[in-house]
Design a protein around this ligand. Structure first.
Ligand code: HEC
Length: 108
């Protein structure tokens, strides 16, 4: 019986993570503050891919969130017009704020 209760608990925990509704206003605010929109837009490709394209690319991939959090918090290089440039880091140290941004991008 005790096992069943624990199992049920994890099902509920899982459902609530996937059902997590990202806060779009906070996500857009952080994108603006971090100057991400110089190279990215939601719908159209600029120097970087459209966020909707990123969401499509990672749809259904379990590691997507971790990978994208790393992409915007750990220094790395991207290619722009054949030149390697450092990718912009997100201007936040708040894990919840960063997670919200990534969840929102992946929900597009
Ligand atoms: C100087 C231009 C530039 C800026 C500023 C920039 N990016 Fe990017 N970003 C790129 C490019 C180019 C790529 C494509 C990299 C690749 O596919 O190798 C990319 C890729 C990405 C991806 C997809 C990564 C993947 O694995 O597919 C995400 C998510 C992303 N950027 C988020 C951000 C966020 C958030 C910011 C602001 C903190 C930001 N970018 C600022 C140029 C930029």
């Amino acid at each position: 019986m005790r096992k069943l209760v624990i199992a049920l608990g994890s099902v509920i925990a899982l459902t609530s993570t996937t059902g997590f509704a990202a806060d779009e206003g906070a996500a857009m605010g952080l994108l603006r503050k971090s100057k991400c929109l110089n190279c990215h837009a939601v719908e159209t490709k600029k120097d970087g891919p459209a966020y909707r394209e990123v969401a499509t690319k990672y749809r259904g991939k379990a590691e997507a969130e971790d990978k994208l959090i790393k992409h915007i918090t750990v220094p790395n290089k991207v290619k722009i017009d054949g030149r390697e440039e450092p990718h912009q880091m997100v201007k936040s140290k708040d894990p919840d704020e960063i997670k919200n941004l990534v969840s929102w991008i992946l929900s597009l």
